[in-house]
Design a protein around this ligand. Structure first.
Ligand code: FES
Ligand code: FE2
Length: 432
């Protein structure tokens, strides 16, 4: 890759081509329950400092982080019936960003100063879906928040897990179409982490990459699987433009700025039939650490932590001019080309890939899902334990994906699933 293409694909600030492309999609940025606990949250998205809020009427919004008066931080402010008020001198902003009160200026207006109606902050739309808050920072017309089918599955325990990853979003997303890394970064690495030097897991023999409306799928045949397997027939999903989807698990890589990414995981565990009907009243969320506080070393015991370690190790913005790509990288090449083609589409006034604008199309939008029927219809605990994909959910090691799950979430999971969990940190294979 030429340096100029690397710069083009990785820069996400407002006004950059990829920044404009990424602004044409909705991005999950927080959990609904997070705002229930505290109604103001500072967020940084694509290089913009913003404040996410839930006002006293229950409206969500996203405003410029800094007050138009003298730049006080609105995340230290107060929510009002409609919008946010700065705590410093009381200027208030409604959801659309318009200033609706300048308490002292409203009494004594300085000659020539802008009236409150002329003062505006930038404001973006926010919607809740799947227990997450999503924002859209792009131009009109606004597309729909995708209603991916699993987001409305029943009888499941959902948790939303975040991490701030100090590297560019694209190298995180390239991991969404990188089947071979499972063999090494997760399976074989975990063999070594257990202190063994082998045997290593079955090798990948054959890969396929296919484009569909909402992304790409990758299929694999390994030494222990065949073309009859759903891993080949259905595959896993590189979801457009910045997520991985593996049946019951989404991972979005949301750009914080050019050098930092918010990892947002939505994880669904189907309860066994003996726990039905299960209705989750509150979807918990948590933030996981990347490094061990005591040693300063990478946490490498959990699946996503192994990924984070790999991505950050590639550099803040990885230098793609020195890459030597191989056959396993065909999917990565395809998504890079698609992004470059979509930059052209935007220039020509067309939509980039995968936007949904038709409400009729946006109803439980189906995705390729390995084991789909089991997530919907459910299985007995014994059947789940015998299923290669669902066994983990009824195992005491259930949350192998990210380190740092808080005790209250472990306890809620136990209550939902009828399990007693292993509370130790562990190295386990990810079941992928
Ligand atoms: S800085 Fe916000 S009201 Fe003065
Ligand atoms: Fe991974």
């Amino acid at each position: 890759m030429q340096q100029q293409d690397n710069d083009l694909l990785t820069a996400v600030r407002a006004g950059t081509p990829m920044g404009e492309l990424m602004r044409r999609y909705w991005h999950p940025v927080a959990a609904v329950t997070e705002l229930d606990e505290r109604p103001l949250k500072p967020v940084r998205l694509m290089g913009e400092d913003l404040v996410l809020y839930k006002d006293l009427s229950g409206n969500y919004g996203l405003l410029d982080r800094y007050c138009a008066h003298r730049n006080a931080d609105l995340s230290n402010g107060m929510v009002e019936a409609n919008g946010v008020r700065c705590s410093y001198h009381g200027w208030a902003y409604e959801g659309g960003g318009r200033c609706v009160a300048k308490p002292f200026e409203d009494i004594v207006q300085m000659p020539g100063a802008p009236t409150r109606g002329h003062t505006r902050l930038k404001a973006y739309k926010v919607q809740a879906k799947g227990g997450m808050l999503w924002t859209y920072m792009g131009p009109e017309p606004t597309p729909l928040v995708p209603d991916w089918e699993p987001l409305s599955w029943n009888n499941g325990f959902v948790q939303i897990v975040f991490a701030e990853v100090p590297c560019n979003w694209l190298q995180c997303q390239e991991n969404s179409i990188d089947p071979v890394h499972f063999e090494w970064q997760h399976f074989n690495f975990s063999v070594r982490a257990e202190g063994k030097v082998g045997p290593y897991v079955p090798r990948h023999l054959k890969l396929s990459f296919k484009e569909f409306d909402y992304g790409y799928t990758y299929g694999r045949v390994s030494e222990n699987s065949s073309e009859d397997d759903e891993l080949w027939q259905v595959g896993r999903v590189c979801l457009w433009p910045n997520a991985l989807f593996t049946s019951n698990h989404f991972e979005w890589r949301v750009p914080i700025d050019d050098e930092n990414t918010l990892s947002v995981t939505w994880s669904f565990a189907r309860v066994p039939r003996d726990r039905e009907p299960y209705v989750q009243e509150r979807i918990p969320y948590w933030y996981g650490p990347l490094k061990d506080q005591a040693t300063g070393r990478w946490i490498d015991t959990h699946v996503m932590n192994q990924d984070f370690m790999a991505w950050v190790g590639q550099g803040r913005i990885t230098d793609r001019t020195r890459e030597q790509l191989g056959r396993s990288d065909q999917g990565i090449v395809a998504i890079r080309r698609r992004f470059l083609a979509d930059l052209e589409a935007i220039k020509e006034g067309r939509d980039p890939k995968g936007l949904i604008r038709d409400p009729e199309q946006n109803v439980r939008v189906p995705l390729p899902i390995i084991g789909r029927r089991h997530y919907i219809e459910g299985l007995s605990r014994e059947q789940m334990a015998a299923d290669p994909w669902l066994a983990l959910q009824v195992s005491p090691d259930s949350f192998i994906f990210q380190a740092g799950q808080p005790e209250h979430v472990v306890a809620e999971y136990e209550a939902a699933m009828g399990l007693t969990m292993n509370r130790q940190g562990f190295v386990k294979r990810p079941g992928e």
